[in-house]
Design a protein around this ligand. Structure first.
Ligand SMILES: *[C@@H]1O[C@H](CO)[C@@H](O)[C@H](O)[C@H]1NC(C)=O
Ligand SMILES: *[C@@H]1O[C@H](CO)[C@@H](O)[C@H](O)[C@H]1NC(C)=O
Ligand SMILES: *[C@@H]1O[C@H](CO)[C@@H](O)[C@H](O)[C@H]1NC(C)=O
Ligand SMILES: *[C@@H]1O[C@H](CO)[C@@H](O)[C@H](O)[C@H]1NC(C)=O
Ligand SMILES: *[C@@H]1O[C@H](CO)[C@@H](O)[C@H](O)[C@H]1NC(C)=O
Ligand SMILES: *[C@@H]1O[C@H](CO)[C@@H](O)[C@H](O)[C@H]1NC(C)=O
Length: 512
């Protein structure tokens, strides 16, 4: 992305030069120049993002139409071209299902019409799947037809919570919704040791919602400052946006103002505030507050700036290069992506590794570890049926391939009726039920039910995986949690389920 921005600045300077030439030519010749430069306006999504310019040889995209109007006698050309080109660059947003389902509907001819001849070379895609080319960006823009979103700090309410949305923003700044994927996640401050290993592998935006009731806010703020200022890399500053949310009844006396404390660097000789926390000393545990896991998930997700999101657990570290590989796959739009018209999500295989080992970077490494039994399928010893993937055994045996593809299309039915997949989806997918707590368990089942009723395809990705922070989990009995779980199960069955049946209907084979 950094390279991309450099590119962008370079392009802007070229375009400015071209505008000057264009202007001079107009005044010297007194006639319209041959339309080497075409202006395509893409502001109709209501975005207020700044001017963005692309590929000056063939076409240029201008966000701000007052800017294009300053090229006075060129105005007529600008407007004519805009009216011709706009329909093909903006596929209909008349969508009834998940927005990714509409990809197949986009007329590939329209895509060709607006691309350069050379960019249609299919080989361009197979060159380097870890890089996103301009061609891929332009395909994504057309295929996804998504809306850019605001990136401003806000203090808003969500049920019983105050949300400090975009409390501390990543330095990547505003994003175009098609350009990358956001990892959306949540935590209490005692989990923030996971941020670095997560971001180092993801290298793309992360939207992180932190639950910080009462006096937990102070160490939360210190932890964020430590992460941004005291590590040997600036990837956290670059990519992570922090949101804070606080229960109404537990608002701290003092809410630090980021514009003030970010002006000075944190004292890095102090130890990381998120390390060695005795959890029973946290305000949350002292006040017996349950962890509102779904409120947290929904806040992180709603704040994501991109079309594609990966709502996940902060302790799950993604396989490297997942973002460019995935976006190249979407841009290729090969079978089965271009066939199915069902709404879709893209589940990722989950694994645990032993406490003392290096997290694998490739599927091949992972397979070697599975062989040696130092890696195992996720929650094998806690709740195997929750996370078992359809064709999971075949997935583990299948060799790594050079590009990302759909391995298998699963359904949340039959043996997988209680499946809790973690997947790349979009803002169109159903939310999580805000009323459910982490302690009460089954917190994602209601979303799973809705996905099943809406006949979602679960397009399992071939090479991508998530690895839990090293250390294999075993089932531990926790009587308080068992009690809370039985209460929540009752609530889900007797209160939420009847609501879902009314709102979404029923479908044979779907269950919570
Ligand atoms: C468009 O550009 C003009 C001139 O640079 C500027 O005054 C105006 O605020 C811009 N409008 C938007 C919506 O960015
Ligand atoms: C949008 O959907 C409606 C109802 O299905 C249909 O009648 C209409 O033609 C669609 N519009 C476009 C632009 O596809
Ligand atoms: C692009 O295609 C057009 C028509 O198919 C052709 O006339 C033109 O020479 C091509 N341009 C390049 C750069 O290949
Ligand atoms: C930073 O913290 C250390 C350890 O508490 C302390 O000795 C030092 O004076 C502090 N430095 C600043 C600039 O506050
Ligand atoms: C954590 O704190 C509680 C009480 O505050 C104490 O009983 C417990 O021993 C502490 N645990 C550890 C590992 O220090
Ligand atoms: C889907 O993509 C495949 C492979 O690229 C292609 O052979 C097929 O014709 C495409 N199908 C449709 C319906 O576009």
């Amino acid at each position: 992305m950094v390279a991309n921005r450099r590119n962008f600045i370079f392009r802007v300077s070229i375009v400015i030069n071209v505008i000057v030439l264009f202007y001079t030519a107009l005044h010297l010749s007194g006639t319209y120049p041959s339309p080497q430069i075409e202006w395509v306006q893409i502001t109709s999504d209501g975005s207020e993002k700044s001017a963005e310019l692309r590929d000056t040889r063939e076409y240029t995209i201008v966000r701000n139409d007052t800017e294009s109007r300053t090229v006075d006698s060129g105005v007529k050309i600008v407007e004519e071209l805009t009216s011709q080109i706009t329909p093909s660059t903006m596929p209909s947003t008349n969508k009834t299902t998940s927005s990714t389902a509409s990809i197949a509907d986009v007329d590939s001819k329209a895509l060709e019409a607006q691309s350069t001849n050379e960019s249609l070379d299919e080989n361009a895609y197979t060159l380097d799947e870890n890089v996103i080319s301009e061609t891929t960006y332009s395909r994504l823009r057309s295929l996804l037809a998504c809306k850019d979103r605001y990136f401003l700090p806000e203090q808003l309410q969500r049920g019983e919570y105050w949300v400090l949305k975009n409390y501390i923003r990543a330095e990547h700044g505003e994003l175009e919704c098609h350009e990358t994927i956001t990892y959306t996640t949540h935590a209490g401050y005692e989990f923030l040791d996971n941020v670095l290993p997560l971001v180092e592998r993801w290298l793309a935006p992360v939207s992180l919602a932190i639950h910080a009731p009462g006096t937990d806010l102070a160490p939360t703020v210190d932890s964020i400052r430590y992460l941004r200022d005291c590590l040997s890399t600036d990837v956290i500053k670059q990519y992570v946006t922090f949101h804070i949310f606080i229960p109404n009844k537990h608002i701290p006396e003092n809410i630090p103002d980021p514009s003030k404390f970010l002006a000075t660097s944190y004292n890095c000789t102090l130890s990381p505030p998120y390390m060695n926390v005795n959890v029973s000393d946290t305000y949350m545990k002292q006040k017996k507050i349950l962890y509102p896991v779904n409120v947290a998930r929904n806040i992180a997700r709603d704040a994501a700036l991109t079309h594609f999101i990966l709502p996940s657990d902060i302790e799950l570290y993604p396989s490297p290069n997942l973002v460019p590989k995935f976006l190249n796959m979407i841009a290729r739009n090969a079978s089965p992506l271009n066939k199915s018209t069902n709404p879709r999500v893209f589940p990722i295989s989950l694994f645990e590794v032993a406490a003392n080992v290096q997290v694998p970077s490739t599927k091949t490494e992972l397979q070697a570890m599975l062989e040696k039994k130092i890696a195992i399928p996720f929650h094998k010893f806690v709740c195997q049926t929750c996370h078992n993937l359809p064709q999971g055994q075949q997935w583990m045996k299948a060799p790594e391939t050079s590009q990302m593809d759909v391995f298998h299309i699963g359904k949340r039915e039959g043996k997988y009726v209680h499946w809790e997949p973690i997947f790349i989806g979009t803002h169109q997918d159903p939310h999580y039920d805000d009323r459910l707590s982490w302690e009460g368990k089954k917190d994602k089942m209601t979303q799973g039910y809705i996905l099943c009723v809406k006949n979602y395809d679960f397009m399992i990705l071939n090479n991508a995986f998530l690895i839990h922070k090293p250390g294999i989990k075993h089932y531990k009995k926790d009587t308080r949690r068992e009690y809370l779980a039985s209460k929540q199960t009752f609530f889900v069955k007797n209160v939420i389920m009847p609501e879902l049946r009314k709102l979404f209907g029923t479908k044979t084979g779907c269950a919570l």
